[in-house]
Design a protein around this ligand. Sequence first.
Ligand code: NAD
Length: 320
Amino acid sequence: MKKALVCGAGGFIGGHLVERLKSEGYWVRGVDLKEHEYRKTAADEFVVGDLRDVNVCKNVLAGGIDEVYQLAADMGGAGFVFSGENDADIMHNSALINLQIVDLAVKTGVKKLFYSSSACMYPAYNQTDPNNPKCSEDSAYPAAPDSEYGWEKLFSERLFLAFARNKGLDVRIARFHNIFGEFGTWDGGREKAPAAFCRKVAQAQDGDVIEMWGDGEQTRSFLYVSECVDGIRRLMESDFVGPVNIGSEEMVTINQMVEMIKEIANKPNITVKHIDGPLGVRGRNSDNKLIREKLGWEPKMPLMEGLKITYKWIDQEAKK
Ligand code: NAD
């Protein structure tokens, strides 16, 4: 039985990944600062610990771990990442976790390590046109991410690749593009746009006004979490190191996404008030050419389908 360590197992994607690995027959150890907020973990062992502490890293890597899935990061949606107020924590905490995990993974003989990077590492200058953003993997340089979160991801991609070259660590790196779904943060300030708007619509009466940062004409694509987990597992089973995009190519404006959520909720008379707030780049979309070529696979689920599942869950949570 393969043994996996999931770092960030109390988080959104990590929680879904633990479920998937268990269903595939893995023995799973999870580690996180906190237990999962929304459900009981499926992990065989769950360690509540701080991966900035090297002793915690040593403990969770003990006992012959075959595969590490490194998803732990100090992160959140635009309100957390783009306000500028959390830059020092974001850079220090996430880099420290990655520095310790990569070194100890080599020392403890981990066979394969997955690292979750982000589309936030792509240069801002290629994402100014909402109708034509460029996010192909080879467009990463010259580097110019628009946030310290993106710079840290880029540094850590290079860190894992350097350990692959010099120390023989077998790594896989994916750049996630806006993952959403149930059992993820939906309030409190770290939530991302799909969850935030599901919550706002769920809590509003038909005819109410909800607020949105910016004019809503910026574009994004959103990937439903189970397809993200499919991508992680397929990448791990393949010979391709990456970095590779794991995202959807169904690009929408934020206004269009809110219209979809209103339709799902059957609240057509909700109106949107546009206010100032942290925004991020003007346009972003996944480019799936490389993943199609290397894995013979790409995500296919329409945004509307994923939003239906997510809205239903957040609506139930908001009523608790
Ligand atoms: P999340 O915040 O739900 O999960 C991250 C988890 O890491 C949290 O549960 C957090 O408590 C844990 N963590 C943070 N600092 C820690 C520490 N010092 N010690 C132990 N645990 C710690 O976020 P997520 O959406 O599940 O994201 C998972 C990974 O994917 C992150 O690396 C993130 O940067 C990356 N990513 C996510 C998205 C997305 O849209 N969700 C997009 C791009 C990249």
